[in-house]
Design a protein around this ligand. Structure first.
Ligand SMILES: [Zn+2]
Length: 96
């Protein structure tokens, strides 16, 4: 999948803000940001803002190769692939 439209306001804002997970500021071409799509084009995703995360290379790798497979496995195990409703506004963290 290609990168989002570079002329859009949200694209520029996300590039300037740094990685959406760790906040790392990157420099160079596209600020070094990698665009991770939550839903890939083969599954109906596109380059709209709601489907794109601007991430540093480390977080993009972690999301795509660690978190997505783990989330996929857990959702299929416990919810038949449905996203839990409490994800919409952020899941609460359990403090030990
Ligand atoms: Zn990051």
């Amino acid at each position: 999948m290609t990168a989002p439209n570079k002329d859009s306001e949200w694209f520029r804002e996300r590039c300037e803000s740094g990685c959406q997970i760790c906040g790392t500021k990157l420099y160079g071409k596209n600020n070094g940001i990698e665009w991770s799509h939550l839903v890939n084009d083969g599954a109906g995703g596109d380059n709209k803002e709601v489907n794109c995360l601007a991430l540093c290379p480390n977080c993009a790798y972690t999301l795509d190769y660690v978190l997505k497979p783990a989330i996929y496995k857990a959702l299929n195990e416990f919810t038949n692939g449905e996203v839990p409703d409490n994800w919409e506004n952020g899941e609460g963290r359990v403090k030990l």
